[in-house]
Design a protein around this ligand. Structure first.
Ligand SMILES: Nc1ncnc2c1ncn2[C@@H]1O[C@H](COP(=O)(O)OP(=O)(O)OP(=O)(O)O)[C@@H](O)[C@H]1O
Length: 348
């Protein structure tokens, strides 16, 4: 295995079959000429997740995080590339096939209010995926009740409807529903974004405990690097559908190598307005542009219009992912990103 492939997989994952393997994933929305002329929502993304590992997928709104999640789950057909779950190629399977055959893969969505059917009891909601897998009535109900207890809810929660629970409790129910079939991989799509801060911490701790007890693998999608770092061993940073940087979660959060990751860390919300203003000023003085502008060249780096380090080579050539210290970084000038980091970190 090359150093590059090793870093992409994460140390320790060398000999194991990955719980989830995504290779060269491309997703284009729409069809016809217009679809071809707009950049893909996901543009050649690859990663592995080892058994028991959490991979964080982070990026601004519109960077392609949820589209990757949907492609993994079978909710969006990839234009190119492959998805393997525990060694099984599921790329061409329909959603129906996956829900029957791929019990190894489940999801928790962001919104605990819309993701549960208000007309059904929690028991009915949890029993449904078990029945689809052929588990019979009494055993299914017993597993549903045990599932609720495992997320810190009383077993009699099974007899109530979603309206009788808080947002945090509903997210626990959604987690129980995802885990009731004993999956190997769970896609967590912004699972705490709709919750208040103290509930976020409780749900993140619960997820970490369940992962460690059961050896689960998580694909953890979030826009906040701090939240991603809490739960993840490794992080993938996305911008306009492309991987900008990937490496150990702590290194990516503490010593980002890509200017875009630096901009993300500097843009993370902080509770004190004065500190927030200082960070914004530091970002502007470092020369970062604001979101929205498209790259002047389809063949170059997509971050060019916002990057203080960009030069002609960035406009002309898309930077390949290359190893810079601990992280794979798609930047021609990654070695110079520390110069940008100093003013930003003074603003922290
Ligand atoms: N159903 C769709 N049809 C057309 N374009 C879409 C569709 N869903 C997403 N997109 C586009 O694909 C790109 C990636 O969107 P995606 O939702 O995957 O990003 P994201 O990083 O998850 O953003 P957010 O954090 O806001 O959910 C965006 O440009 C978005 O407008």
């Amino acid at each position: 295995m090359t150093a590059l492939a090793h870093a992409a997989s994460g140390a320790g994952a060398v000999q194991q079959t990955p719980a989830l393997r995504v290779r060269d994933l491309v997703v284009r929305y729409g069809s016809g000429r217009r679809a071809k002329s707009t950049p893909p929502a996901v543009d050649g993304v690859s990663f592995d997740i080892a058994p028991g590992e959490t991979l964080g997928l982070v990026g601004e709104s519109g960077s392609g995080k949820s589209t990757i999640g949907k492609a993994v789950l079978g909710l969006q057909r990839p234009t190119a590339g492959t998805v393997e779950v525990a060694g099984q190629d599921v790329t061409a399977m329909s959603l129906k096939q996956r829900s029957r055959q791929v019990a190894d893969l489940r999801v928790v969505f962001q919104d605990p209010y819309s993701s549960l059917n208000p007309a059904r009891t929690i028991g009915q909601t949890l029993v449904e995926p078990l029945r689809l897998m052929g588990v019979k009535g009494p055993e299914a109900l017993q597993r549903a009740r045990a599932g609720l207890e495992s997320v810190g809810l009383p077993a009699d929660a099974a007899d109530r409807t979603p309206a009788q629970f808080s947002g945090g409790q509903r997210q626990r129910i959604a987690i129980a529903r995802a885990l009731v079939c004993d999956p190997k991989v769970v896609v967590l799509d912004e699972p705490v974004s709709a919750l208040d801060l103290s509930t976020q911490a409780q749900v993140l701790n619960l997820l970490a405990d369940l992962r460690d007890q059961r050896g689960l693998s998580f694909l953890f999608i979030a826009h906040d690097l701090g939240v991603v770092r809490f739960l993840s061993q490794r992080t993938v940073v996305l911008y306009r559908g492309q991987v900008m940087e990937t490496g150990p979660a702590e290194a990516v959060a503490e010593q980002p190598r890509h200017p875009y990751t630096l901009a993300l860390t500097a843009a993370a919300p902080v509770p004190r307005p004065a500190e927030q203003a200082a960070r914004r000023a530091a970002r502007e003085s470092a020369g970062f542009g604001t979101a929205g502008a498209a790259s002047p060249s389809a063949t170059g780096c997509p971050f060019v219009p916002r990057c203080p380090l960009s030069t002609d080579v960035c406009i002309e050539q898309r930077p390949p992912l290359r190893l810079v210290d601990t992280d794979l970084t798609a930047c021609h000038h990654a070695e110079r990103s520390a110069d940008l980091g100093a003013p930003l970190h003074r603003g922290r």
